[in-house]
Ligand binder design. Structure first.
Ligand code: TSB
Ligand code: ZN
Length: 583
């Protein structure tokens, strides 16, 4: 999907279209007052005060027609420059524009744009005539508080998008439709994967049984890989004391992302935003010799972070998340090798999930931001150079991004491009010389001296939440069989004649460890087959006279019409092989 805001030409076009929208609204609702109409990544919107009037879909059609009229009449769009006094006078009856003018810095050139009988305060630029705004679409309307503050009046926010040709507009609308179809929040609801509830709170999803099956499978998958690579897993509490986070530095550098403190007896607790401090203490629980390193501590760990309410989105950006986290405690001479192992694991997992469209981002600190980043130039340079060195050695392509590092060190983040929508960061691998120092960690080197280990923070899936959101959108909810909440739907042609046979097949599949559901309701066969399709079950078994007489099964794959008939054993073996190999 095109990013409208970042494209100079489309930006101007959409900005002008926001004025066109306001112009039409003014014709239809002369009492309307306008706040701001910015260009956004997806197009534009305008916030409008219409008194008590709430705009609905029919109104949008009406406004759209009025806009088309203005387009047809080919009104010239003219720029006018004003002094502050002239501007204050011109908009004296409009409290919103007066607010804007009064908040402008002294010396700003105030400009307005006029098209026929409509004039609006604006920096511009704009297209020369309304006739260039032919290819637009009003998309939706929602309520929006003035200046985003719920204590203020609710305005009507109308969204739209504009292109300079019909094909681009059509393609954009098609992609929007596709995005809606793939939206993991929609599929999550339809397939009962997760829910949210205002009594639990925003950004706090509840994983339903079907979603929980997927999460368990993902956990088992990565747990096995990590065990094979020498990781040891722990369970630690999802709270810590304020002192723990003061020791780590989170309290100074990460506080705005944390939930506020709570007091219990004499202790001050916070919900943890990261697991590193707990793992530092696990490491410190015993003595380590240089021969024991790397020590790899893993956890599927729940964290809480403050995310702005506007940024919270389904499972993709949550306030309560579960990281597939690990902290690797290494000797300085082991950094390169251990780092490479993590990158290889990321590539291995992406291969298993068929993720091909991704980019490595080397996230560096912003040298001037001494608040966010721990102030030790030598430490940062050392860490950043080390990461570059390893990446260059591995021949992995990457780009650098300043100001994206964690407060304790630089990161290698993996940005994945989903089927629709902007990139998301899934995996991360971070180098840290700071936390081991702050927690006074050590190991005994081969001369019997105490040395400080280096820590690598890494999360392969990132969080189970975000990874699952990504998977849902990639697969449109048609999961590979090993992840499917229901792997096989068994449908007897007639429950009266084939019900017993269907039950016995169902039991056999269950015994073989397959997640199976029997649909022997007294509904038409076609209806039950359609329902299995909607549920996106990968295998549907249709059992009738032939199957019963021959002791066979006939199966149909999701989305296909053909059926294949095989013996029960053949089917079970084939399916088990697919599930075990996670095909
Ligand atoms: C890897 N301390 C490290 C850890 O050891 C850490 O917390 N890194 S992180 O801040 O980058 O978070 C790890 C991953 O969590 C990110 O790469 C991202 O994929 C995921 N993530 C971050 N914020 C959210 C969120 N609000 N919702 C869902 N997933 C998130
Ligand atoms: Zn960490």
């Amino acid at each position: 999907m095109k990013n409208i805001k970042n494209d100079e030409k489309l930006n101007t076009l959409n900005h002008s279209c926001a004025h066109l929208l306001a112009h039409a609204v003014k014709h239809l609702y002369p009492e309307a007052k306008f706040w701001v109409g910015p260009v956004i990544d997806e197009g534009f919107y305008y916030d409008i005060d219409l008194g008590d009037k709430v705009i609905n879909a029919e109104d949008l059609d009406k406004i759209s027609k009025e806009m088309k009229k203005i387009v047809k009449s080919n009104k010239l769009i003219k720029r006018i420059e004003l002094t502050r006094e002239e501007a204050l006078d011109m908009f004296k009856d409009d409290p919103y524009k007066l607010d804007l003018i009064n908040n402008m810095e002294d010396g700003t050139t105030i400009s307005a744009y006029k098209q026929d009988d409509f004039i609006d305060l604006c920096r511009g630029p704009h297209v020369e005539s309304t006739k260039l705004l032919k290819y637009f679409k009003l998309l939706k309307v929602s309520g929006a508080y003035f200046k985003g503050d719920s204590k203020n009046k609710m305005l009507q926010r109308i969204y739209g998008v504009c292109f300079d040709n019909a094909e681009d507009l059509e393609e954009h609308l098609r992609l929007l439709e596709e995005a809606k179809e793939r939206d993991h929040r929609k599929i999550g609801k339809e397939q009962e994967l997760f829910m949210t509830h205002e009594l639990v709170g925003s950004g706090m999803p509840l994983w339903l049984p079907n979603g929980a099956i997927i999460r368990h499978e993902l956990e088992n998958y990565i747990y096995k890989k990590e065990r094979d690579m020498g990781y040891n897993h722990v369970y630690t509490p999802c709270v810590g004391t304020v002192d723990l986070y003061k020791t780590s530095g989170h309290w100074d550098h990460y506080k705005e992302n944390m939930f506020p403190m709570m007091k219990v007896d004499d202790e001050e607790f916070v919900l943890r935003p990261m697991n590193c401090p707990h793992h530092m203490l696990v490491y410190k629980n015993k003595m380590h010799s240089y021969r024991d390193l790397p020590v790899r501590i893993g956890e599927f760990a729940t964290d809480f972070r403050y995310e702005a309410s506007g940024a919270v989105k389904g499972l993709e950006r949550v306030r309560c998340m579960c990281q597939n986290d690990s902290h690797l405690f290494v000797r300085p001479d082991q950094i390169g090798e251990e780092f490479k192992k993590v990158v290889s694991l990321i590539l291995d997992v992406y291969k298993d999930f068929g993720i091909k469209d991704y980019k490595f981002r080397l996230s560096l600190r912003d040298k001037n931001d001494k608040e966010k980043y721990f102030d030790d130039d030598e430490m940062w340079e050392n860490a950043e150079n080390k990461l570059r060195e390893v990446l260059n050695e591995m021949g992995v392509e990457y780009f650098e991004a300043e100001g994206e590092a964690a407060f304790y060190g630089p990161k290698l983040d993996v940005e994945v491009k989903p089927a629709v929508g902007p990139e998301v960061t899934l995996s991360t691998c971070q180098l840290d010389f700071l936390l081991p120092r702050r927690f006074e960690l050590n190991y005994i080197d081969n001369n019997g001296e105490k040395q400080t280990p280096v820590v690598i923070h890494r999360a392969i899936f990132g969080t189970f939440d975000r990874f699952t959101a990504f998977l849902i959108e990639e697969t449109k909810g048609v999961f590979p069989v090993w992840l499917s909440p229901i792997q096989v739907e068994v449908i007897p042609v007639s429950s009266e004649f084939h019900g017993d046979y269907a039950s016995s097949v169902t039991e056999k599949l269950k015994d073989a460890g397959i997640r199976v559901e029997l649909d022997d309701r007294n509904e038409k066969l076609g209806y039950r087959l359609r329902e299995a399709q909607i549920k996106k079950v990968p295998y549907t078994l249709i059992l009738g006279d032939n199957e019963k007489d021959e002791n066979t099964i006939s199966y149909r794959l999701h989305g296909e019409k053909d059926t294949t008939t095989v013996s029960q054993e053949e089917f079970i073996n084939m399916l088990k092989e697919k599930i075990n190999n996670r095909k």
